[in-house]
Design a protein around this ligand. Structure first.
Ligand SMILES: *[C@@H]1O[C@H](CO)[C@@H](O)[C@H](O)[C@H]1NC(C)=O
Ligand SMILES: *[C@@H]1O[C@H](CO)[C@@H](O)[C@H](O)[C@H]1NC(C)=O
Ligand SMILES: *[C@@H]1O[C@H](CO)[C@@H](O)[C@H](O)[C@H]1NC(C)=O
Ligand SMILES: *[C@@H]1O[C@H](CO)[C@@H](O)[C@H](O)[C@H]1NC(C)=O
Length: 297
């Protein structure tokens, strides 16, 4: 544990670079998603036609890049701290031998550490999210982020910065937990699949091979967890848009399925899926490679 702060700063930097790269690469998708969602009967092609210059696709990269990269730096660092803590507790109960490698976490431990880390970081970054949403929204008319901050504080008090926290966490925590669970499975399963019939040394992977395995695992895991938790995203959006009609999580889910069918729960999945899978593939691959590079020094 002596170099704990050292490894934490490695995770912060690696998470930051991974998050930043993925948000720059995927900003065009994000922008199209927002425009398609906000404008009635707009399609991806109709919105693409309205873009006059390629650089327009990267409008708004700086605020969203800062938010994504800081968020992923905090999340990945805290996830590692949580998982290391759980693994150490386990190592101590299994045997007192602290010099051994960290034991692997079980599926339920992967799930729970992912959910826990996401919830804590979600709580810490919630004020930024609320300020950003309010600032962007046309119905509040703030001229600066600072003005949004002051106005929320005077009108609603500190609680105002945590509006919608539970709905957001109900979507993000299961998604993050399932992601970690699938990711760890794929990471140990894919190498076996790739190496089948190849008797060469399996303990050492070339950098390109491990990068491939990590980004494939990340893409697959993000797709699966996003599909499974898609209903929560739909519920959250409905609750935020029509709070009077949909006051509770559970009630919203039941009423949507009853009135509009199961397929309603998966509205808007395709763009979200491409974005989530793409950003996980880029961010986690960079993160893992940077951690590995740092550990060789
Ligand atoms: C939406 O579609 C309708 C009919 O297809 C059309 O009349 C209307 O102008 C469209 N609205 C926008 C904003 O393009
Ligand atoms: C946390 O990160 C360190 C490297 O910085 C790594 O050795 C360790 O295995 C990680 N912990 C877990 C549980 O993944
Ligand atoms: C602790 O681990 C080391 C190697 O990692 C091994 O040589 C040693 O026998 C272990 N001690 C106990 C008590 O298990
Ligand atoms: C927003 O502010 C501008 C100028 O400060 C004002 O003219 C406009 O009416 C405001 N809009 C709303 C919806 O309050």
């Amino acid at each position: 544990m002596s170099n704990n702060s050292n490894t934490s700063s490695t995770h912060l930097v690696a998470g930051f670079v991974g998050g930043l790269t993925s948000s720059i690469c995927l900003q065009p998708l994000d922008l199209l998603k927002t425009r398609v969602q906000q404008t009635k009967n707009a399609t991806i092609t109709s919105e693409l036609k309205r873009i006059s210059h390629v650089t327009d696709l990267w409008r708004g990269t700086i605020p969203s890049g800062v938010r994504t990269s800081v968020g992923s730096a905090l999340y990945l660092t805290f996830l590692n701290i949580t998982r290391t803590f759980v693994a150490e507790q386990k190592a101590q109960t299994v045997s007192m031998n602290r010099s051994s490698r960290l034991p692997k976490l079980s599926s339920s431990e992967n799930l729970i550490t992912g959910m826990f880390a996401r919830s804590v970081i979600g709580f810490v970054t919630m004020p930024v999210t609320v300020i950003k949403v309010r600032y962007e929204s046309v119905s509040y008319n703030y001229s600066s982020m600072g003005m949004a901050f002051k106005d929320i504080l005077t009108r609603e008090g500190p609680r105002g910065f945590f509006n919608g926290f539970w709905a957001t966490t109900a979507r993000d925590a299961p998604n993050a937990g399932l992601y970690v669970l699938f990711y760890e499975h794929f990471k140990s399963w894919l190498p076996k699949l790739i190496d089948r019939g190849d008797p060469s040394d399996k303990s050492v992977y070339s950098s390109s091979k491990s990068a491939l395995i990590n980004s494939m695992s990340a893409t697959l895991s993000a797709s699966l967890s996003t599909i499974i938790t898609a209903p929560f995203d739909t519920i959250k959006t409905c609750m935020q848009l029509y709070p009077q009609k949909y006051p509770t999580l559970w009630g919203t889910g039941i009423s949507l399925v009853r009135n509009e069918g199961v397929s309603r729960m998966f509205n808007g999945l395709s763009l979200r899926l491409i974005r989530k899978a793409g950003s996980a593939g880029i961010a986690w691959c960079i993160y893992e490679e940077l951690i590995k590079v740092a550990s060789t020094f």
